[in-house]
Design a protein around this ligand. Sequence first.
Ligand code: GLU
Ligand code: ZN
Length: 289
Amino acid sequence: MRTRFAPSPTGPLHLGHAFSALIAADLARAARGTFLLRIEDIDQSRARPEWEAQIYDDLHWLGLHWPQPVLRQSDRMPAYRAALSELWALGLLYRCTCTRRDITDALSAPQEGAAAHGPDGPVYPGTCRPDTPPAGPCPDDAVLRLNMARALDRIGASTLRFDETGAAPGTIRTAFDRRALQDEVGDVVLARRGMGTSYHLSVVVDDAAQAITHVVRGQDLAEATAIHLVLQHLLDLPQPVYHHHRLIRDDAGKRLAKRDDARAIALFRAEGLDPAGIARLVGFTPSAP
Ligand code: GLU
Ligand code: ZN
C-alpha cells in the first residue's frame, strides 16, 4: 500500500488539505504501507518556495512523516515529455491554437445548443481536431489536446471501471461510460503552453512512477479520475484504487477565524489550536491501530 499527498505550492494549506493528508497517512499506517509527499509545482508562474516550505512545516506540525527525497514535478519534465511523445506517436494528440475566446465563441454559435461543462470547463468544440492524426514529431511548446474519440476507440471498452473506497465503507466498483467521456469531458488539454504538461498528464505519470496503490483526494477531483483512467489505459500504466473523500466546507473554519484565508492551517496554529483540534474540526478519526 502506497498513498500520497500531492499539494501545489501556490498558497497555504487549508483544512481540506489537512483532511486529505491525514487520511492518506492513516491508510498507509493501518496497512503498514508508505505515505509519500509530492510537490505539484508544474505551474511555475504560481509556485513559490515559501509555500513549499510552509507545506513541510504544516505537515510536520500535524505529525506526518514521509520518505526523502520528495518528488517535485518541476524536475520531471522529461518523463512528461516522453508520455506526450508516446501519445503523439499513437496519433492521439493534436495541436490546438484556440484562445479561450475562440472556444466560448464557437460554443455560443446558435447551432451548438447548450455547452456541456467537464472537469476542465466547457467541453472543447473540436475546432482544431484533425480528421487524420498529424504527421511529424510531437511539437514542443504547443497546446496539445487528447482526441478523446480516438483514444476511446483504441482502448476499446465501453466503460472504464475503477475501485472507489472513499464513498462508503468498503470498496465500490465504479464506472465511467464512453458517452460521458466523449460528451462531458471531451478533448482535454494534456500539454499547456509555457508548462509543457498538464495536471492530468503529470499526476498519472507520477502516480505510476511512485507506484501509488491508493490515490486519496477530494470529491472535487472525482470527475478528473475519468481522464486519469483513460491515460492509464493508453500509457499502459497500473491503475490505483481511488479514495475520493468528502469536502471540508468553508464554515468549519469560519467559526474559528474570520479572515480571508479562513481555512489556512497556519491561522489555526497561530490561534493556538493543536493538531488534535484540527483533526476534530475536520471530523477525522484515525482507523484502529
Ligand atoms: N495537486 C492537486 C491539488 O493541489 C491534487 C492532485 C491530486 O491529488 O490528484 O489540488
Ligand atoms: Zn483549438
